[in-house]
Design a protein around this ligand. Structure first.
Ligand SMILES: Cc1cc2nc3c(=O)[nH]c(=O)nc-3n(C[C@H](O)[C@H](O)[C@H](O)COP(=O)(O)O)c2cc1C
Length: 206
């Protein structure tokens, strides 16, 4: 599969088959993340692979968080559905930045700059993973709702840092249509025009 096909055919998958993924497949997806570019080559990613009985423990942690929100009368937003996906997916990869802390902790301005640069790097790593998974026929969901239960998940995993994201992995039990995208001309502003090509044999461009 070429990169263009992987980009065009990838979809967020929210229903998975129970079939497990073999370790080689998971490692190949993680390795695509490892190879991503990163600001100052900091490689600000650490991956914790959750499957089997650990998935049940993680799910209990997520459900306890939702139950607390419901009891307190606060909304759960999209988290309830995302946590259902995490319960269903055979594998969830939690993506940590060991050099950062939760967004609601104090950050100086230089730290904020690193946080933004690292977030871009982490996004590159996750996107590499999604595209490699697509190539391997594995469905994915990129998850940001981990922020809803950030501190509980960090405590459960035993890591005191930023839980930046998660990725659910498994074989898809659905084939969603492409979701809408804005047209390119609504996103792009062109400035200037390319220089004329030098004529063959002219001294231009030498
Ligand atoms: C940073 C980020 C966080 C996301 N978090 C969630 C999430 O928590 N739950 C969810 O169901 N989808 C989540 N998504 C998936 C988006 O909803 C999805 O990419 C978007 O609707 C476009 O659909 P597509 O991926 O099928 O093209 C997230 C995507 C990104 C890039």
């Amino acid at each position: 599969m070429d990169v263009k096909s992987a980009i065009e055919n990838r979809r967020s998958i929210r229903h998975f088959l129970p079939a497990p993924l073999d370790r080689e497949t998971i490692e190949s997806i993680l390795d695509a993340g490892r190879l991503a570019p990163s600001a100052k080559n900091r490689q600000p990613w650490r991956f914790v692979v959750i499957q089997g009985s650990a998935r049940d423990e993680m799910s209990a942690c997520l459900q306890a968080r939702l139950a607390r929100a419901i009891k307190a009368g606060t909304g759960t937003g999209s988290a309830a559905n995302t946590f259902r996906v995490m319960r269903e997916a055979p594998v969830t990869v939690l993506v940590f930045n060991p050099g950062d802390t939760a967004p609601w902790t104090e950050h100086t301005v230089p730290q904020m700059v690193d946080t933004i640069a690292d977030s871009l790097s982490l996004g590159a790593a996750v996107q590499n993973m999604l595209l490699r998974a697509q190539e391997l026929g594995v469905g994915t969901l990129w998850i940001g709702d981990t922020f809803y239960t950030h501190d509980e998940l960090c405590a459960w995993v035993g890591r005191d840092c930023l839980l930046a994201s998660a990725v659910a992995l498994g074989y898809a039990a659905e084939t969603p249509p492409a979701r809408a995208r804005m047209a390119l001309n609504a996103l792009v502003e062109w400035r200037g025009s390319p220089p004329d090509s030098p004529l063959p044999g002219s001294s231009q461009g030498k």
